[in-house]
Design a protein around this ligand. Sequence first.
Ligand code: TXA
Ligand code: MG
Length: 308
Amino acid sequence: MTIEEASELLRRGEVVAFPTETVYGLGADAWNPEAIKKIFAIKGRPGDNPLIIHLSGKSQVHNFTPRIPEAAQKLMDACWPGPLTLVFEKKPEVFDIITGGLPTVALRVPDHPAALDLIRRTGPLAAPSANRSGRPSPTRSAHVRREFGATFPVVEGGLSDVGLESTVLDVSRPPFTILRPGKYTFRQLESIAGVRVIAEKQTPAEKSRSPGVKYTHYRPSANVTWYNPSRHPDKQQTLLISHTGRPGGFRHHIHVDGDFEQLARQLYDLFRMADLQELSDISVEPLPPEHAHPLIAALQNRIEKAIG
Ligand code: TXA
Ligand code: MG
């Protein structure tokens, strides 16, 4: 549907899917709690998993938080629009249904012309990824229609450029903490912000500061594993995803030849392709260490969650 049609629906309190540079989002007016309730119903999302509010520019941040730390301002200046979500202390008027009752609110400015155009017309949009809870995020409009039906309202935006969800960084208190790895790495954030950044490490007993991380995520129907030749995967029924080696004999084989940007862009599309072809397994060649490429940490995180 067109951006005009989508903005009209959003103004009437409906939910619309729209493209971003990371993955497609399922948006509703951030100042309309009835509209936001519909997002949770459509996705089957637990109510304690908060949503990111998508803005069209930095100037809107003040409407949601009473305090922007100086180092957070540097990140906004350098990284927005872009795949970085910042978690701030929230203003009391931000609805609890968005924040899952937390004292903080997640904000980001997406780097996609259709998303920015839409938000300029409608105002800030609360939006999770446009998939049923637990499933891989959509990186194409066709994925959204597959999740929610052929007539579901979605603004066309092509294949998402990054393909993995944004880095989520909590800047509400020191030390700044990465709650979800993404394209912006720990090292990049630290050098831009000029303050210490840590990655959240939890033992199973600890409660995450990001409620979403405790749920199953990014799961296709096919069984995802790391490639291990000694386990003799079924070469007819397995989609092999490789980046260095080219083990022979697999009927379904995608090789990205060391291009981890391509792997990130295609990962969820490949998960969904394997399901469409009713393959039983997806086998991914183990990734190199994190320092080998900025996207490794995010890829490792999403693939591990898909493995479960
Ligand atoms: O790239 C993205 O971030 C995509 C696009 C659509 O913008 N959105 C996305 O939304 O991935 P979602 O809802 O699938 O994931 C949001 C993550 C969840 O892990 C959630 O728990 C966390 O952000 N989050 C949201 N608000 C939070 C808060 N106040 N404190 C801590 N974590 C928060
Ligand atoms: Mg999601």
